[in-house]
Design a protein around this ligand. Structure first.
Ligand SMILES: N[C@@H](CCC(=O)N[C@@H](CS)C(=O)NCC(=O)O)C(=O)O
Length: 209
């Protein structure tokens, strides 16, 4: 049985959704204790305490992109093609979400937390906000090829993109999604596995509206 260390609505939600898509047995373990510190159980396996972390007895896997691709491979899921160009393209978009888009949001949180004057903060936030908007515009253009980021078949990248999209209400910046993005978020988030994960984490899905 897997243990998923998670934070409600964070990038760990993508792994949570996938565990349910694959119909695997798992338990959820919050990353923080009641006082907001990294839980002692997580600190033992991941001193930085970031999520997701997936544990199966002695096997501990960190980094969302690695966890998502490993689970798809291990359980032969069509959410990540086995080989060839279709696999490379799905991995490309998974890495886009995990290694390009996600860190851009991290910069927003980092800038917002700085003790600097508001006008300097706004200037920095405007720069990063424009970058994030360009990334979503890239997704919108790609979705001209089909209902999902890799075309007509949903992939694990769509799950992570839709999770990140739902962070917009927490952001001190404006992000707007085009109609193709919203339609993809709606399709993906409506799946029973996704709905069950949202309910378990008490998260409302807002990015498709
Ligand atoms: N590259 C890492 C990034 C992990 C990450 O930044 N996770 C965030 C949540 S989305 C986190 O745990 N932040 C610490 C916190 O919120 O306390 C991964 O993909 O696993």
């Amino acid at each position: 049985m897997y243990t998923l260390y998670y934070k409600a609505g964070a990038c760990s939600l993508a792994v949570h959704v996938l565990l349910r898509e694959l119909d695997l047995a798992f338990e959820l373990e919050p990353s923080k204790d009641a006082s907001g510190d990294i839980s002692p159980k997580l600190a033992r396996i991941h001193p930085r305490g970031s999520v997701p972390v997936l544990q199966d007895s002695g096997f501990v896997l960190k980094e969302g992109g690695a966890i998502l691709s490993w689970l798809c491979d291990e359980y032969d899921s069509p959410l990540l093609p086995r080989a060839g160009e279709s696999r490379a393209t799905a991995l490309q978009w998974l890495m886009f979400a995990n290694a390009t888009l996600h860190p851009a949001y991290g910069q927003v949180f980092m800038i917002d937390a700085q003790a600097i004057d508001q006008s300097s903060k706004n200037a920095l936030l405007n720069v990063i906000s424009a970058k994030i908007q360009r990334l979503w515009d890239e997704v919108e253009t790609q979705l001209e090829q089909g209902d999902y980021i890799c075309g007509e078949a949903m992939s694990v990248a769509d799950i992570l993109l839709s999770v990140i999209a739902n962070w917009a209400p927490m952001m001190p910046i404006e992000i707007s999604y085009g109609p193709r993005c919203k339609a993809m978020f709606k399709r993906v988030s409506a799946r029973p596995a996704y709905q069950a994960a949202l309910e378990a984490e008490s998260i409302e899905y807002q990015a498709a509206a």
